[in-house]
Design a protein around this ligand. Structure first.
Ligand SMILES: [Zn+2]
Ligand SMILES: [Zn+2]
Length: 217
């Protein structure tokens, strides 16, 4: 997917898919200060670096919706390049520390990761210029899965997809948990919230709350 968006409030987003599993990596920035957040540096570190340089961004935070390898594989390089802290919910510690094992399971080579820098928790806010991104703790796809909300935009990771939800048959997945996370913390957002998913096309909260075959409101 390739997506560019300017919020009515002024912040900007560029999303592009990376790696064999085509994880959507997003750059979110304040066009005045050029301060930015990287969401899910899943692979293709050089491509992510080039986008950061071309746009002239000052990356302040690198956030991960969860620690499946397709969302974190370029974390080390993007961290080294930007010096920005890596943020992760601590309940995904096992996955972060065993990222090479996860890759083997899909026959993809992944290098081990350095320790992450800062914990995510429910409602933790991350500032770029005058804008705030808010963390929503939404376990189920993995024990530490989070979504990130910024005004009319939601980054849903692998928790909610267009017409679907994240699989719960991998390490620590739990269908009951993902259902309540989606109902209590995502379907309660404004219906016209645009959802940028961890893979595939965007959707809207109102559409999923009505039509999603796996978890309905
Ligand atoms: Zn995942
Ligand atoms: Zn994924």
């Amino acid at each position: 997917m390739n997506f560019q968006f300017q919020s009515s409030l002024g912040f900007q987003i560029k999303t592009f898919s990376v790696g064999q599993l085509q994880c959507n990596c997003s750059l979110v920035w304040d066009p005045e200060s050029m301060e930015a957040i990287v969401v899910d540096p899943g692979d293709e570190a050089l491509r992510i670096q080039k986008e950061i340089v071309d746009l002239g961004l000052k990356v302040r935070h690198i956030v991960h919706t969860h620690a499946h390898f397709d969302h974190v594989s370029a974390a080390r390089e993007v961290h080294q390049f930007t010096k920005a802290p890596l943020l992760l919910h601590p309940d995904d510690k096992y996955l972060w520390e065993n990222v090479a094992m996860q890759g083997q399971f899909f026959r993809i080579h992944v290098d081990p990761l350095p320790p992450w820098s800062e914990n995510l928790e429910h409602e933790k806010a991350l500032q770029i210029g005058k804008y705030r991104m808010k963390t929503l703790f939404t376990p189920g796809h993995t024990p530490g899965s989070c979504c990130f909300s910024m005004n009319e935009i939601l980054f849903s990771g692998d928790t909610l997809f267009q017409g679907s939800v994240g699989r719960t048959d991998l390490w620590g997945g739990d269908f009951r948990q993902i259902s309540s996370s989606i109902k209590d913390r995502l379907y309660t957002l404004d219906t016209d919230t645009t959802v940028i998913c961890g893979h595939g096309a965007n959707t809207q909260i109102g559409i999923e709350a009505k039509q999603n075959a796996f978890v309905k409101k």
